[in-house]
Ligand binder design. Structure first.
Ligand code: UD1
Ligand code: CA
Length: 450
């Protein structure tokens, strides 16, 4: 049975106290909206519709970046969750099968839970995701009769007896597409909030004699984010989960609580990560690599046996082959380092290719930017770049070549050649000593006078 996804992301999120739409606040380095999109992508949906409202342009841009096929439906005024889903009608015209409605501010729903909801559709016309709430607070309450859901009552509209119910609505709902829109057409706004509640489709379906079922999940999965404090708590929960998963997967984390992961960090078995390492999005670390303390990595790939840090920065496009060494205070950006290449101290390697077994001396810089354009530096195999070499790109250094320390290299170096670019040394015997004696005498005289 094909399924399409509707993600509600029109709300302002006023309690975030932010110019930024709530669903674009990052969690584990990715906007909340992207988490909801990733979870539902596992169902291989026919269509994905994101309902935008506040900050529509920015929200649509993020949705399209994550899934270019995502369709955008605009909800000009936020008149409630049923009204929001109704905006997706056109985008879903002619679609077959089910529609699953998710909230853009609920990032922890597991793909397995969404699968379970789709499976439950075999037994029920409408399926709602519920959870037992430790503190039911303002959640909608699920009014059950045996295993059938009779209705959902919003907190504002609930009686004292209904408020005592602890089985709550997560907001995720699944139904056949045609039925869903038929039910939504029947939803009114005669309630405490004056809104069109999506939750009302349950009672309407029951009146039509349709069966409505509940799939239950853990409360942690349905955690919605409404404030900065909740966002921070969600980040802590995500980090705790990722650390536990890494340890489970056979990664050594020397001080787990100090490691910060991105939502998509991948680390191989027997890799070792030292204290205070930060992973931005898009990082893959292979088995048996070592990331020492205080490194910052983002959008990079580190191969088996490589050693990084301490205090190294790998930026997007850093591709490190097996056994590469990158040492302290080294920055690598958009550069490919072949097997066994070494950049051990105080260097910037950007927009570059470094051949296998080449050694880049301390303080080397690839001068890649002329103020307008970026240029590439190509370094061959087994090259020895002397300390403090400036490689002014575009420039190519051939295999087995060498540069003298302190050289500013502006011309290509053929294979096997040594390039030196510095003026000849001048040595004046005894001059240092004479100079210092004179300066010290001058200082002594000035001190006496004052
Ligand atoms: C909703 C549910 C409630 C459930 C709770 C779970 C309804 C009526 N209530 O309440 O039963 O327990 O979620 O968190 O559905 N949105 C729009 N357009 C709108 C209104 C909302 O896109 O016009 C989006 C919001 O941006 C948000 C989501 O829908 O992502 C939920 O809206 P919100 O106002 O937070 O609903 P709750 O009152 O929390
Ligand atoms: Ca909410």
């Amino acid at each position: 049975m094909p399924v399409s996804i509707v993600i509600l992301a029109a709300g302002m999120g006023s309690r975030m106290n932010s110019e930024r739409p709530k669903v674009l606040h990052p969690l584990g380095g990715a906007p909340l909206l992207v988490h909801a999109m990733r979870a539902s992508a596992v169902l291989e949906p026919e269509r994905v519709v994101v309902v935008t409202g506040h900050g529509a342009e920015a929200v649509a841009k993020t949705a399209k970046a994550e899934n270019p096929d995502a369709l955008i439906a605009h909800q000009a005024a936020q008149n409630g969750t049923a009204h929001a889903v109704a905006q997706a009608r056109e985008a879903l015209a002619g679609v077959r099968g089910d529609v699953l409605v998710l909230y853009g501010d609920t990032p922890f729903v597991r793909p397995e839970t969404l699968e379970a909801m789709r499976d439950a559709r075999a037994k029920h016309a409408v399926v709602v995701l519920g959870f037992e709430a430790a503190d039911p607070g303002r959640y909608g309450r699920l009014v059950m009769q045996d295993e059938t859901l009779e209705k959902i009552v919003e907190f504002k509209d609930a009686s004292a007896a209904e408020r005592a119910i602890t089985l709550c609505n997560s907001g995720v709902i699944c139904a056949d597409a045609l039925l869903l829109f038929q039910l939504i057409d029947a939803v009114g706004n005669q309630n405490a909030a004056g809104e069109f509640y999506l939750t009302d489709i349950v009672a309407i379906a029951r009146q039509l004699g349709k069966s409505v079922g509940v799939v239950r999940c853990d409360e942690a999965e349905t955690l919605g984010i409404n404030t900065r404090a909740e966002l921070a708590a969600a980040e802590a929960a995500l980090q705790a989960r990722m650390r536990a998963e890494a340890l489970e997967d056979g990664v050594t984390l020397i001080a787990p609580d100090t490691i910060h992961f991105a939502f998509d960090t991948v680390i191989g078995r027997d890799a070792v990560v030292g204290p205070n390492v930060v992973f931005g999005p898009g990082v893959t670390i292979e088995s048996e690599a070592t990331i020492r303390a205080f490194c910052h990595l983002e959008g990079c790939h580190v191969s088996r046996g490589a050693q990084i840090g301490p205090f190294a920065r790998l930026r997007p496009g850093a591709e490190l082959a097996e056994d590469v060494h990158v040492g302290n205070f080294v920055e690598i950006k958009n550069a490919i380092l072949d097997e066994g290449a070494k950049v051990n101290h105080l260097s910037y390697i950007g927009d570059a290719d470094v051949g296998e077994r080449s050694n880049i001396g301390a303080g080397t810089i690839t001068c890649n930017y002329d103020g307008v354009f970026k240029h590439r530096t190509t370094i061959g195999k087994r090259v020895f770049i002397g300390s403090d070499t400036m490689l002014v790109a575009p420039v190519t250094v051939g295999d087995d070549a060498m540069t003298g320390s302190g050289s500013v290299i502006t011309q290509d170096i053929p294979p096997g050649a040594l390039a030196l670019e510095r003026s000849e040394q001048v040595t004046k015997p005894g001059l240092a000593l004479r100079l210092m004696t004179r300066l010290r005498a001058l200082k002594a005289k000035q001190t006496k006078e004052t």
